[in-house]
Design a binder for this molecule. Structure first.
Ligand code: ADP
Length: 505
């Protein structure tokens, strides 16, 4: 008889291994929690010859709602009819689970079986059921320090041995890992289906690409936009689904515009400077003072023109790369405009520059240097594009917000002096000229980068089409708005509305 004990023990261990193998295989192949729990419970019960059992798991919502952390639910049953479940309540309530948790915590790390005494509760269940459950083993499902739930196995008359308990606990540890994985998997699936729903219901076209720009997902909106079936798009290169040639084309066009502007705008002043400098420096010529001064003045003007072009180009590329940083303070616009007008009055003798404000204006919250750049550019343009001269009027008014939170301001041209509804308290400044005007079709385009209205004057005046682009970037950064009204041959008025309240920035 004694000779058989090691053999029996070896056979027992072999069976243990078999069961553990079954569970670990299931862990990798089955991620559906209900079927995994059912397999775990059946395997555990069969292994130790327990006629019945159940698995309790912490409520699944606990990851999202910590308040539910203490709730446990029966998630798998072995040989126990669902109708009988009510009778097991004494073993399922929160106090019982807490008792198991405490007992487990008391022996944590010691490899000792926890002292779980459930006999009183088992007795209550037996009374309710009218049958004997016998010995009950409660196996905690622990993942690291996380108490995920527990397995109950009922064994009738036949008691669980220490060996059973050891094996079952190793088994429960494996099961805990499986439960944890399955839970993460279902959470991941819920998240991904939520993402798919958002993607599907978006009115915007959305496509997800791999690093190599292969389409892994595309929503109906985008598929409809580009006229492709969903299944045809997935797996194909992005360029085959959404041809971006236009964007690249625009980029190319921008580059060539840039090159032609640079070559024309740089060449002209450089050629003039070089020509005058060479002439003035000729060793065989004697220049009188007036001629030399006139030549030097042209050199200076052309150098200024070059400097302003270079500054505009640098500014535009800096803003494009880093955005615009404003140095904010209270700015008195009346004072600023008066000073700018004074500078230009000394230079423009064909034009009458008038600055007139009916009322005093509140200061705006802005970057004075940047705002100076905007108004200098507008005044410069007013002069540049009215070659016959005429009156240039600078003025403005305070425009009160009519309805806080009302619809955004419309882009309809505002009549010169009549205040219209505004979303925020602002100061509106205008600069009007009696120059060549801007055709209606070009009115909104003049704010685009490098855009210049095609005219004979355009060809003869210096400019890179960057001034208004930069002005708009600056006004936008102040939370303001810039627009123009114009009549060809009669003149143009540019308006700049700047909010008074720093909160609006
Ligand atoms: P630039 O003056 O360097 O060409 P801007 O960006 O300042 O560039 O202006 C863009 C274009 O808008 C100008 O080329 C011109 O055609 C038109 N424009 C600007 N201001 C006026 C104005 N006051 N009157 C007529 N046309 C104007």
């Amino acid at each position: 008889m004694s000779a058989n004990v090691p053999t029996l023990f070896a056979a027992y261990q072999l069976r243990q291994l078999e069961f553990l193998l079954r569970i670990s295989r299931a862990m990798t192949s089955r991620l559906e929690l209900p079927s995994l729990l059912e397999l775990i419970l059946r395997s555990a019960a069969e292994m130790v010859g327990a006629p019945a059992g159940m698995i309790l798991l912490q409520s699944e919502h606990t990851l999202l709602e910590p308040a539910l952390a203490s709730r446990f639910q029966v998630r798998a049953l072995y040989a126990i009819p669902t109708e009988a479940l009510a009778a097991f309540e004494p073993l399922l309530d929160a106090a019982t689970v807490r008792h198991v948790q405490d007992a487990v915590a008391a022996v944590a790390g010691s490899n000792q079986p926890p002292a779980i005494d459930l006999s009183g509760r088992v007795h209550q269940v037996e009374t309710e059921l009218g049958m004997t459950l016998g010995q009950v083993v409660a196996l905690p499902l622990l993942f690291e320090d996380d108490f995920l739930g527990l397995i109950y196995l009922f064994r009738g008359d036949y008691a669980f041995s220490q060996l059973d308990w050891q094996f079952l606990q190793g088994f429960a540890d494996q099961a805990a890992v499986a439960v944890r994985n399955a839970r993460l998997y279902s959470l991941l699936r819920a998240e991904s289906s939520r993402l798919i729903t958002i993607l599907e219901n978006s009115a915007d076209g959305i496509m997800i690409l791999t690093r190599d720009r292969i389409v892994v997902a595309i929503n109906h909106t985008l598929a409809a936009m580009v006229g492709i079936a969903l299944e045809d798009a997935v797996g194909r290169p992005c360029s085959a689904v959404l041809p971006l040639e236009n964007v690249a084309g625009e980029e190319e066009e921008m580059k060539s515009t840039f090159t032609s502007i640079i070559s024309h705008e740089l060449k002209t002043p450089v050629a003039l400077i070089k020509g005058y400098a060479q002439t003035l420096a000729r060793p065989d010529a004697e220049w009188d003072g007036a001629t030399a001064r006139a030549g030097l003045q042209i050199i200076e003007e052309e150098a200024d023109r070059l400097e302003s072009l270079i500054n505009n180009l640098l500014d535009a590329s800096r803003i494009q790369a880093k955005g615009l940083r404003l140095d904010l303070a209270d700015v008195d616009l009346v004072n600023l405009l008066t000073r700018i007008a004074d500078v230009y009055r000394t230079q423009a003798n064909l034009h009458r520059i008038r600055v007139a404000f009916d009322n005093s204006l509140p200061p705006v919250w802005g970057d004075e240097e940047r705002l100076r750049q905007v108004f200098t550019n507008l005044l410069n343009n007013a002069i540049k594009y009215s070659p016959q001269g005429g009156a240039i009027a600078i003025g403005g008014w305070f425009r009160q917000a009519q309805n806080a939170g009302s619809a955004p301001e419309s882009d309809a041209p505002e009549s010169e002096f009549a205040p219209q509804a505004a979303a925020k308290d602002s100061v509106v400044i205008y600069i009007s000229d009696q120059g060549i005007g801007i055709p209606a079709s070009d009115l909104s385009k003049v704010f685009d980068r490098y855009y210049r209205v095609d005219s004979s004057l355009r060809r003869s005046t210096a400019g890179a089409g960057l001034g208004l682009y930069l002005s708009k970037v600056i006004v936008d950064a102040h939370g303001g708005r810039i627009w123009a009204t114009s009549e060809q041959g009669k003149g143009t008025t540019f308006f700049v509305a700047l909010p008074v309240d720093p909160e609006t920035l």
